[in-house]
Write a protein that binds this ligand. Sequence first.
Ligand code: FAD
Length: 473
Amino acid sequence: MAKEYDLVVLGGGTGGYVAAIRASQLGMQVAVVEKSELGGTCLNRGCIPSKSLLRSAEVFKQTKEANEYGVEASDITLNFAKVQERKNRIIKTLQQGVHGLMKKGKIDVYEGFGRILGPSIFSPMPGTISIEYENGDENTMLVPKNVLIATGSRPRSLPGLELDGEIVMSSDEALNMNELPSSMIIVGGGVIGIEWASMLSDFGVDVTVIEYMDYILPTEDEVIAKEVEKQLKKKGVHVVKGAKVLPDKLQKEKGVTVEAEINHHNETFSADRMLVSVGREAVTSNIGLQNTDIVIDKGFIQTNDFYQTKESHIYAIGDVIGGMQLAHVASHEGIVAVEHMADRNPLPLDYDTIPSCIYANPEAASVGLTEKQAIDQGFDTKIGKFPFKAIGKALVHGESGGFVKIIADKKTEDLLGVHMVGPHVTDMISEAGLAKVLDATPWEIAHSVHPHPTLSEVMGEAAMAVEGNQIHG
Ligand code: FAD
């Protein structure tokens, strides 16, 4: 028996379930097909669990340093089982929340593996969804007017470097370690690798990051990446750059040993465990794309600005289309896609206005162009930079490292990019995102009064610094 819907969403991650809610608000009959857990990577294996562990690491580190604040604490120990319990509780609470939202939106959730079929007795167009169940129940058929592919991504490894899930892990397994290793090699100094390096180091693990490029955090402005590296090194993280890990030189005896080629010679690194964080690949296999005209390029589904694939009634959003692989990006792409299906004339997303964040200690956050990108695109730039060490609240917090850097166009005064490193910048970057959306100039940011004493004053000062008018520096 086939059931008809206005929209079937394939994958109930952050992109998929948010799109389903918006579609239901717009009056569509919606179903979500999810093979694992609603909430996808972000809730179950990504943003939320990693931030929960990062927070525990931060509390552990701060408690050890409590004497500096006049709070005398001794015999501070870490109960990692409790750290994991707390993380799992948070996941459970949020999972229940998503299930509640599906119920509220009268969205049908099918817990099985969805696949797109070609033209069939159900529909002359590709897009009928067949659902397979793990328990062997008979397949369900859904016949939608529109399909939204939101199947996300999974960790990838280096060619020849096999993830065994125990000694050599991806972030999926690392999040569920029962106990902390005493040392960890992290292959890849991108966002996920650097968050793990910071967290493990704050938990007291001896961490070595091995990065292929000559710098870590390749998507960030150079000065931000350098500041993060400086602060990581200060807390004892070994950062090895320009190093090519050689998978055929991997040995797993009493932990893990691997060689890396650095400047034409090989160096050996050993640790208890290895975490491979070299990027994520789109989940496109086995979902029936061969039954459609959908185009894949470099592993990612290709779409137009409204996320329509070559089959105009089949849309795709989130990690499966590549680009900024972030949870808030996936959900906003989902909203645009669904509003387009409903003829609501949505505006395409402007990716230059979307913040991205690194939740390491120190945090980093950015929106818009890096200085190099701005110069490469031919802009004549002017820069305002202001350090946290001149902000009273940062000293009160005991976290006064880092700064804000604002890049503006000399000719038009337009804001080109904002880059932050330091305390709570992942919460403060939204002001820069709003400024970009509203096309604000640095003068307008400075004219908006920032309350005192707050960390946000750094943004007002950096905006004034674009014209050299900063007050406290
Ligand atoms: P996913 O969340 O991956 O969801 C896809 C869903 O589709 C999954 O639930 C999967 O089970 C399901 N699915 C796949 N195939 C099928 C099928 N055939 N049938 C049925 N269901 C299927 N982003 C941030 O913005 N902030 C962060 O702090 C952050 N931290 C991260 C930390 C880590 C360790 C990782 C790995 C990622 C992090 N991300 C973060 C990235 C973020 O998790 C992803 O960008 C986001 O989850 C993408 O959402 P999505 O809906 O596209 O895909």
